[in-house]
Design a protein around this ligand. Sequence first.
Ligand code: FAD
Length: 396
Amino acid sequence: MTRVGIVGNGVAATTAIREIRKSDESFDIEIFTDERWGYYPRPNLIDYIAGRRTGEDVVQFGYDWYLKNDVKVNLASPITKIGTKDLSLETFGNSHGKFDRILVAVGSHPFVPPIQGAEKKGVHVLRTLDDAIDIREAVKGAGREIVVGGGILGVELAAAMKQVGGDPIIVTNVDTLLPLQLDAGASSVLLHRLEEMGITVLLNFTCNQVIGDVSVAGVVSSKGDTIEGDLIVVATGVRSNTYLARQSGLAVSKAIAVDNHMETSAKGIYAAGDCMECDGEWYGIIPWAVSTSRIAARNIVEPGSANFARVTPQNTLQVVGIDLTSIGIVRPETPEFESVVQIDREQGRYFKAVIKNDKLVGGIAMGDRKVSMKLRRLVTEEVDVSDQRQTLFEIE
Ligand SMILES: Cc1cc2nc3c(=O)[nH]c(=O)nc-3n(C[C@H](O)[C@H](O)[C@H](O)COP(=O)(O)OP(=O)(O)OC[C@H]3O[C@@H](n4cnc5c(N)ncnc54)[C@H](O)[C@@H]3O)c2cc1C
């Protein structure tokens, strides 16, 4: 019987299990995670902090799911070494034997920039359910919450805190919100909407110090401005988890390097999700984790059978009352692109379509879910829009 070991229990790992089971019932699958919970989608953590979900509702797969899929699950069991020659897995010196294939799906961790005092009590990051439990508890007693980072996670967090009665402020070191997903116009409409919701945003505020004795009392910017607050969450991006792979001798660049089959530098060891990159391409989003994991799983079942194709990045902001989707190229920098923009600041609407060779290659839709869906379809189906330039944002 073919034995498959999976390291990690996030969306990449669980997608691989489904994909393997679709084509093969007989594989002997064993999964290892350093967390104490069954699988939960990380977007659920925002709902939990916002009080829209209980802890039980966050976890999507309990023991019964693993049982149904005939998977042996090891919770709270961090893998400390991968044997790249004999395809073995170890947890603190305990060997779990040899496998025929291994999938490394260990995800990423929050990146905290150098901020003096970031180790103080009251400074948090958000990646796991345990982080979310700590933050939700801390919001209850906080007067003002400071979110460092104006990316998707920072904005979603601040909105969640607001929903449970907090008084959040977002500080970001750049002059736009969601700099990876929006252009300046869309950012200014979003900022306006957030301020209407009672969320303050400070752009160009580089947080370089946390003040307070034992607990936090606020943050100080590089220009010396101080903001008082008693709960700080740093949401300034993620970095791939590469320590295990490096220690085990796998080739790593910024993330674990894989080929078109999602195979690492060691034969029979595959990687998927936030922890890996393919030809220098990397995204820390669910569509990337799902696509790479499906390819890895198909090659685990039948080595060499599936090749990776590019993923078009797409992000949707999960904030109640704001529909915002960004897909593909949104800030073209060369002349072969054409942009069509429609803006209504008061209504909180901003639509942008980026066209190349008569095809939509990216866009932003804020304020209308139907337009988001339309743009997404036009991009993914590579529709010729040469006769639709005037009606791109209209819904039949
Ligand atoms: C709060 C939040 C909200 C998000 N919202 C969205 C969203 O709306 N849309 C979107 O596209 N993306 C979103 N993301 C990003 C998305 O969740 C990630 O891209 C996705 O989780 C990546 O999946 P993964 O399986 O590669 O890694 P992860 O989900 O990080 O899972 C990695 C797993 O590996 C385990 N692990 C790590 N090291 C070891 C080890 N040594 N041994 C055993 N197990 C180990 C971890 O415990 C974890 O179970 C969000 C992220 C967060 C934190």
